[in-house]
Write a protein that binds this ligand. Sequence first.
Ligand SMILES: [Zn+2]
Length: 234
Amino acid sequence: MRIVPVPCLKDNYAYLVIDGTYAAVVDPSEPAPVLDAAAREGVDIGAIWLTHHHWDHVGGVEGILQMHPGAEVVAHPTDAEKAKVPKVTKKVEDGQTVTTGPLTAKIIHNPGHTLGAISYVIEDAVFTGDTLFAAGCGRVFEGTMEMMHDSLQKLAALPPETRVFFGHEYTASNLKFAAHAEPDNEAVKARAGSLVTPSTPSTIGDELATNPFMRAKDAAQFAERRTGKDNFKG
Ligand SMILES: [Zn+2]
């Protein structure tokens, strides 16, 4: 398996997950860059794996289906019901696996950013959408702070070497808030000092060391930090 990040829009990442000439695409926000990348890599898109229903993660679905009409479209049932997620053909819940062509991913339901947000775990990689970013996490739009805290702790339990492929390049500003939240955290300073953009992928180990949201000691501290970041001017 190999993974090709595809920058989309201003700061989004879609990803091609490739085995041979088969590919699944994660979170295509727009079709053109993804179709170009698939052509460049010489792969056929057989599946579209959606982490949640927001337009900047699903906006490319219809354009990709025009070129790859047989591709299956995967989402959690809660987010699949949202009007913005077009043509979902397979609904997946926590703990289930999704197999498309030679690729099999395990689903982690991580509500908080949206109620039907999911991550896809395949081999040593996890695709986290807007739940977990490098040194940050998504805003809590639909769930509760407790839900989002629990969701991040589920991801924290993955092996530390797991590569984290996230939905947005927010790492530089996330590290500024991380330094504000934990001014004595040397790992945050080191990471900020050696940051290279694009910064995808991260690892669960790096997040355990530097992510102030994953490192929150309980839901209350998580909520305090999430609210602080929402209002942080950096
Ligand atoms: Zn989102």
